[in-house]
Write a new protein. Structure first.
Length: 365
């Protein structure tokens, strides 16, 4: 028997004996927009009175992700999310198009997103955000546009998906602005959505879980995340093939008191979700699209953090947290649990997260 035959039969035996790595049926991507590691640290102390208390800080697989854009070290949400959901870096301001795009001038190569892969494979898909639902981070999941400010283009893309039947569950803010942007461009977004079998509704807590497709969009302002997330998972998990869900929470800390409180609320919703989903079948992935220039500069155990409500207030020396600038370029946390989570380790690129999700589902690019 030749060596290659021996090796061949060994490989065959190994293939029979070793179970294939379990694949994810569902993937939930939790995106803390501007939630850098220093912000997470401060949120843990602010919300729970101590360090390492956030659920994502307890996840078994962690890594650090670079967040740079193709032409800048400091990323905005458009380029940051494009890298995560398409596996390719682009310029700041560009939504899921390649670096051959001229921002606001010329379309570039359209990049296929994780959400589009999921639609192509017959999964259900969802997007939950507490900002305008056509803002850069959610838009990068379901649209391609040469400028994040091209609201009508993004809204049209939502209604005309390239794969499957498009986003199945959308929960977000920005109703009046979306109505105006679509009217200015000669269409009625919400009427068109209703024609595409979406149940267009207001509070997601009242969402009808029997409806297979849902659009719940609010006027500007915060809404409770946990019931929205529960309603979305109820709808999406009806699909026996599984689902992909992106959940974004704005963790910008221009107002540190508000930003950290939003992050704590996000953490609680993630913890609840982790307790509800089937751990063996669901990959939970947590990361940020870019960091933010927030620093812990004081405070002690047993005393609540003293937080400014403005950037300027942080410079006065009275507070334990200081915010000097805006977005920042250092690496952000990636944390994961569930099938495929073992690929989250070491220093990663933001584009690697695309591969983590595709691999978890067992798909090729
Ligand atoms: Zn962002």
């Amino acid at each position: 028997m030749t060596l290659s035959l021996r090796l061949g039969s060994f490989a065959l035996a190994a293939a029979i004996l070793l179970p294939a790595a379990p694949k994810a049926k569902n993937v939930i991507l939790f995106l803390a927009d501007a939630g850098g590691t220093s912000t997470l640290h401060a949120a843990s102390i602010h919300g729970y009175g101590g360090t390492r208390k956030l659920f994502e800080q307890s996840m078994p697989h962690i890594g650090l992700s670079d967040t740079s854009a193709s032409s800048a070290w400091v990323s905005d949400s458009a380029a940051g999310m494009t890298a995560i959901v398409t596996g390719a870096k682009t310029h700041n301001g560009v939504i899921s198009m390649g670096p051959d795009t001229g921002r606001g001038k010329q379309d570039g190569t359209k990049l296929k997103t994780i959400l589009e892969y999921a639609e192509e494979h017959g999964l259900s898909t969802g997007v939950i955000i507490n900002v305008a639902f056509y803002d850069a981070t959610p838009a990068a999941c379901y649209a391609q546009a040469n400028d994040r400010r091209a609201a009508a283009t993004i809204l049209k893309a939502f209604l005309t998906p390239h794969f499957g039947d498009g986003v199945d569950v959308l929960i977000g803010s920005g109703r009046p602005a979306a109505a105006k942007a679509s009217a200015d461009a000669g269409f009625d977004f919400f009427a068109e959505a209703a024609k595409k079998c979406y149940k267009v509704t207001d509070p997601p807590a009242a969402a009808d879980a029997r409806s297979p497709r849902l659009v719940a969009v609010f006027a500007p302002g915060p809404f409770a995340l946990a019931p929205a997330l529960q309603a979305a998972i109820d709808v999406l998990s009806k699909n026996p093939k599984g689902y992909f869900l992106m959940v974004e929470r704005d963790a910008h800390t221009d107002n540190p008191a508000n930003g950290l409180s939003r992050l704590v609320e996000f953490d609680k919703a993630i913890r609840e979700t982790a307790a509800r989903v089937d751990k063996k079948k669901t990959l939970l992935l947590f990361t940020a699209d870019h960091s933010f220039d927030l620093r812990m500069i004081g405070g002690k155990p047993g005393t609540p953090l003293s937080l400014p409500s403005t950037k300027e207030g942080g410079a006065s020396g009275k507070f334990n947290v200081r915010v000097n600038g805006s977005h920042a370029a250092e690496e952000v946390l990636v944390a994961a649990q569930g099938p495929g989570a073992e690929r989250v380790k070491g220093y990663l690129d933001n584009t690697d997260l695309f591969g983590v999700v595709l691999n978890a589902f067992g798909w090729k690019r």
